[in-house]
Write a protein that binds this ligand. Structure first.
Ligand code: AMP
Length: 304
């Protein structure tokens, strides 16, 4: 069976401030991180995204070399790419958004080329929930598995669209703060119950340096994050996690609890690389062998 993975999400310029330094405009965006991460495990990816004429073509070439098809990438020559600016606090688990300039993302009308139509796995990366649902509605064949990510920005600006998109997702990945915001519950167990009643049967709550929780049927699984000596920039860790999570599932062609547990470990391991350098630099260097070595560290860390 064709196990192509369709990825939609933002492709962006980011400006980042952390206690260890700051960057001018560097490449970011959910789809950029997801594609770099998934392609370590499953280099059979159909990208749907939009950028302006200012977006570097060599980054798009890098994605192509890693097995990402770009027929569904729209390049609007006379417009500007999405721009996001964020500042991290000392603990690096919390950040403030300083600027969100939607630019080409503001009126993005996603195109699904015919060659993408048989994608069996779909990753709805962070961008407007309206675009996320449009992508699902434009697929002629129902996918095997739809994983969705979102963030507080969309809860604050597009909650009705977000509610609808949640009904189309099998799995939602969000961070703990967003889970609390979405559900109105402090307890993550209660939050999980409420969020799963909104649509996604399976929920992953990311807790940054404190690992990730998986809620599936009546089971809960916890995966730690690797204690790292240096964390330079957490930007994209959530997207990298999501890319590893769905990349593993698409590569295996499975969606049972055991596969979800393995997928969480793969996502966490890839995210642990992402934070070691600024932007996409580190995740772009990682090979399948690097990943396997790190997964062995996760095993040692948590088996008893
Ligand atoms: P993460 O750190 O995994 O939550 O994701 C960081 C990435 O999300 C950055 O590279 C941003 O470009 C992107 N991003 C930030 N805000 C938004 C938004 N409102 N919609 C889509 N992508 C966003």
């Amino acid at each position: 069976m064709n196990m192509s993975l369709l990825v939609v999400g933002s492709m962006a310029f980011d400006a980042i401030e952390t206690p260890f330094g700051s960057t001018d405009k560097i490449i970011g965006g959910a789809a950029s991180y997801i594609c770099l991460s998934s392609s370590v495990l499953h280099p059979d990816i159909n990208l749907v995204a939009v950028v302006g004429g200012d977006f570097p073509t060599d980054f798009v070439d890098t994605l192509r070399q890693r097995g990402v098809r770009t027929e569904g990438l729209q390049v609007l020559q006379d417009r500007k790419s999405f721009f996001w600016k964020g500042r991290y606090h000392m603990d690096m688990n919390t950040r403030d958004t300083l600027a969100t300039e939607l630019n080409v993302l503001g009126d993005f009308d996603p195109i699904i080329p015919d060659s993408y139509q048989d994608s069996r796995y779909v990753m709805l990366g962070n961008l407007s929930p309206k675009v996320q649902s449009t992508v699902i509605e434009r697929l002629k064949n129902k996918p095997e598995l739809v994983v969705m990510d979102t963030m507080n920005f969309w809860m604050e600006t597009a909650m009705d669209d977000l509610r609808h998109t949640l009904t189309l997702a099998d799995v939602l990945t969000i961070n703990d703060e967003e889970a609390r915001q979405l559900s109105g519950e402090y307890s993550l167990v209660k939050a999980a119950r409420k969020i799963r009643a909104m649509g996604p049967k399976t929920l992953v709550i990311k807790k940054g340096e404190h690992g990730a929780l998986l809620f599936h049927e009546d089971e809960i699984f916890f995966c730690p994050a690797l204690p790292l000596e240096d964390v330079f920039d957490p930007t994209g860790a959530g997207d990298t996690f999501a890319g590893g999570f769905i990349g593993y599932l698409a590569a295996q062609g499975r969606k049972d609890f055991d596969a979800f547990r393995q997928a969480i470990v793969h996502g966490s391991a890839l995210a642990s690389f992402c934070v070691e350098k600024f932007g996409t630099e580190r995740i772009a260097e990682i090979s399948a062998e690097d990943l396997q070595q790190r997964i062995r560290l996760f095993q040692q860390l948590s088996s008893f």
